[in-house]
Write a protein that binds this ligand. Structure first.
Ligand code: PLP
Length: 343
């Protein structure tokens, strides 16, 4: 079978997870009657020290429901230029919520609080756009799995909130950030008004994200989720997978991180222009192929012929993401295939 490192979304539910799904207690969640969804929403909210949570089918929807509660039409959300919210949600904030955005640049997506603080313009008056929220991505996906320093998050949050600007966390891979940095989940919760987390990335559940915020925010998100057509019925089946993932699949991410590092070290030993292995902190390995004379698309195609699937995300940028269906033997095989293709 092919080794699939295109994303950590490609995992399949384990037998234990399937058993948990099969035996889940369920009810109609649009009526608020599904006990497994309710307990999952409460559980994740409590982990992060937030008041309430809401299950949603995707991380994009979880982000979009939250940012529309923070930013009114014509107001502004600031984020880093390669953030998922501005690069990979197909303009949803503009299309559905009338939200405008400006972005700052950073190396590897790594947060320096000075950049958004310099860009922000709160209460800008009748002629200029007012900044009402700042979104931070942790870990930063297109930055290469970058872990944001909690000291910079705290500095940004303190100053932004003093200026009346809300803080949103796109925490699709906050689990990886926690495992890599040791920062507690409720420490992240202190610095943000709203948080989205994904169950279907490194945690290995088939479907699902949770939006977190105050009770009032989540009540508003519940209305908009239904309005968008995302009110679902007996989804305790999906929530049971989420509970199982939280019980079993967080601490094991250290293995994913170690395998990502091992690939980065092996590739850098072959050609140091491909990647600096010290920047690989979590489960994402971003390869810069511009010095190799081969495009990312060609590299991905030639790896695929040999049984290794990776993503070509730019002309010369390829991405590998480790996950719970990728083991040590496959790691060695993946390294051998890539070194072979690179010659
Ligand atoms: C995957 C991801 C999301 C959500 O993606 P969906 O495919 O909509 O579930 C949000 N933010 C980041 C950083 C992601 O990597």
């Amino acid at each position: 079978m092919a080794i699939d490192l295109r994303s950590d979304t490609v995992t399949r539910p384990s037998q234990g997870m399937r058993d948990a799904i099969a035996s889940a207690a369920v009810g109609d969640d649009v009526y608020g009657d599904d006990p497994t969804v309710n307990s999952l929403e409460e559980r994740v909210a409590a982990m992060f020290g937030m008041e309430a949570g809401l299950f949603s089918p995707t991380g994009s929807l979880a982000n979009q429901l939250l940012i529309r509660t923070l930013v009114k039409p014509g107001e502004e959300l600031l984020t880093e230029e390669r953030a998922h919210i501005v690069r990979a949600e197909l303009g949803a904030g503009a299309v559905f919520s009338g939200i405008t955005t400006r972005t700052w640049h950073s190396e590897r997506g790594l947060l320096n609080a000075d950049a958004p603080l310099a860009l922000a313009h709160e209460n800008a008056g009748p002629y200029l756009v007012s900044t009402t929220a700042i979104a931070i991505e942790n870990t930063h996906n297109f930055g290469g799995g970058t872990v944001q320093p909690i000291s910079e998050i705290a500095r940004l949050s303190t100053e932004a909130r003093q200026r009346g600007i809300s803080m949103h966390l796109d925490g699709a891979r906050i689990w990886n950030a926690h495992v890599a940095s040791g920062v507690a989940f409720n420490e992240f919760g202190k610095h943000f008004d709203t948080i989205s987390v994904c169950l279907s990335k490194g945690l290995g559940a088939p479907v699902g994200s949770i939006s977190l915020g105050s009770k009032a925010t989540i009540a508003e998100c519940r209305i908009w989720r239904k309005r968008y057509g995302g009110g679902m019925r007996q989804i305790g089946l999906l929530a049971a997978a989420g509970h199982y993932a939280l019980d079993h699949n967080i601490e094991r991410m250290t293995d994913d991180h170690a395998r990502a590092k091992k690939m980065a070290v092996a590739l850098a030993a072959h050609d140091s222009t491909l990647i600096d292995p010290t920047t690989v902190e979590t489960n994402i390995v971003g390869l810069e192929l511009s010095q190799t004379g081969i495009t990312a698309a060609d590299f991905a195609a030639r790896c695929k012929e040999k049984g290794l699937w990776i993503s070509a995300l730019g002309k010369s940028y390829a991405r590998l993401v480790t996950h719970l269906d990728f083991d040590d033997a496959q790691c060695d095989e993946a390294i051998a295939i890539m070194l072979d293709v690179l010659g």
